[in-house]
Design a protein around this ligand. Structure first.
Ligand code: PLP
Length: 442
């Protein structure tokens, strides 16, 4: 008997029994192309022997030792690997079991940092509308996705939200050519309005994933946020849970603009789905404040620093490096983006294609010129994702907030191991799926 409370009670969830490379199989023998790495998690693909063996080897030695009393070899090794791939100045790591936990850690760390620093009025964290930072209450409070927040709003923290950097639908009605980064200025205005003495951090997804379908900011945007944080003594938290550890063709998405945040949250790709894992990497200057202060950070999770998860993380990073997957990712990403551009020219309902590396979004519109969105009651994104699954293709349905509350987009984000032949296969099915779905709603 299956006693599971599934996220959608009206749907049947295929039972997955096997994974290899970019493919998954269910218990009825149906094969799926994982063109979205689950939820941009399976960065090195499924069934990689090196990772499975590393986990097994660690299991044979020790599976758990509580972090309040012990450290372990694998978590130390992993911390070193994370620091190696992080921007310079980032030199300490805290661990968690996933993205929301990593964001909660960053949120509390920012607060405690200013308490330790003797600035206890600084507690608010600014985030942006049309963002997603996780589903736990702190992380959901930061998330700017109305649909995901609304039922919980009485329970959420009252943190300020700024306008997003969503160039396809600029909040300030600017074309990319005439952009003067008003969306970044909007954050500065918000800092002034709330009072910098009350702001502990600004948290940003460098490339917005689940709520904007791979929206890339204009050059200069992240630099602006960096300078803004320096000017007002605010921590810059980069939420790289989706973008981090190679997904966009660099170790971290901030590397595209050579911006160094104070705090980087990562999860998903760091263990490539082989074990639950999250991490928060911070600058030495933050660590120093705690060291000179109370010497404590009153926060932690039972499974943070689990040696088995750490073994998975170490093996995944080694595999990425050994196979040059991050470099390859940039090239495969360009190839997919070119093919998506061709689809965009061909079909009136594709309004925008965007992204970096192997994190790409396709936004659908009713009218290309006006960018009008489809009636939400059509459930277009869901129809596309469902139809794709029927055809054996997994796509990530973005919880798009095009005009703040609605809109339709999917992400294409296969494992970094994807080959040209596989890319052609993905595009072929994708085109059939969208043609069929749009035909059906005519
Ligand atoms: N932050 C970002 C940017 C995410 O995309 C996600 C998940 O999609 C999270 C945080 C939450 O991560 P998790 O689902 O592992 O808790």
């Amino acid at each position: 008997m299956d006693y599971i409370f599934y996220p959608n009670l009206k749907k049947e969830f295929p039972i997955i029994v096997k994974g290899e490379g970019i493919y998954l199989w269910d218990n009825k023998g149906k094969k799926y192309i994982d063109a979205c790495s689950g939820a941009l998690v399976s960065n090195i693909g499924h069934g990689v022997d090196e990772v499975i063996e590393a986990i097994y080897e660690q299991m044979k030695k020790v599976e758990f030792a509580h972090r309040f009393k012990f450290s372990n070899e694998k978590i130390i090794e992993l911390s070193e690997k994370i620091i190696k791939i992080s921007p310079k100045e980032i030199s300490r790591v805290l661990f968690a079991s996933g993205g929301s936990e990593a964001v909660e850690t960053a949120l509390k760390l920012a607060r405690e940092y200013y308490v330790e620093k003797g600035k206890p009025t600084k507690y608010k964290v600014i985030s942006r509308w049309q963002s997603y930072h996780g589903n736990t209450m702190g992380a959901l409070s930061l998330s700017g996705n109305v649909a995901r927040r609304v039922r919980y709003s009485p329970l959420l923290l009252d943190f300020p939200h700024a306008e997003p950097a969503y160039c396809y639908r600029c909040s300030f009605d600017k074309n990319p050519d005439e952009c003067n980064l008003e969306c970044a200025e909007n954050i500065e205005k918000l800092v002034k309005r709330e009072g910098p003495e009350n702001i502990a951090a600004i948290i940003i997804e460098p490339i917005v994933g689940s709520t904007l379908g791979a929206a890339v900011p204009k050059d200069g945007y992240l630099q602006y946020i960096r300078e803004l944080c320096d000017k007002y003594d605010i921590l810059f938290i980069a939420d790289e849970v989706m973008t981090g550890v190679g997904r966009t063709g660099k170790n971290f998405a901030v590397d595209h603009w050579k911006v160094i945040p104070d705090v980087i949250c990562m999860a998903k790709g760091i263990s490539g789905g082989y074990a639950p894992l999250g991490a928060v990497a911070i600058k030495e200057s933050i660590y120093e404040v705690f060291k000179k202060g109370s010497g404590k950070f009153a926060h932690g999770y039972t499974f943070a620093g689990n040696p088995v998860s750490a073994a998975a993380g170490c093996a995944v990073i080694d595999y990425l490096n050994k196979n040059n997957l991050i470099e390859k990712c940039e090239k495969s990403g360009d190839l997919i983006l070119n093919k998506l551009e061709i689809l965009k020219e061909k079909y009136p309902f594709i309004g925008d294609v965007r992204g970096k590396g192997l994190m790409m979004g396709i936004e659908f519109v009713k009218n290309k010129r006006t960018k009008e969105t489809f009636d939400p009651s059509l459930g277009l994104t869901e129809r596309i994702v469902d139809k794709a699954l029927e055809e054996g293709l997994m796509l990530y349905g973005a919880a798009l907030c095009a005009d703040g509350t609605k809109g339709d987009a999917v992400m294409v984000a296969p494992p970094l191991t994807v080959t040209e032949i596989e890319i052609n296969e993905i595009i072929k099915i994708l085109e059939k799926v969208i043609k069929d779905v749009f035909e059906s709603i005519k």
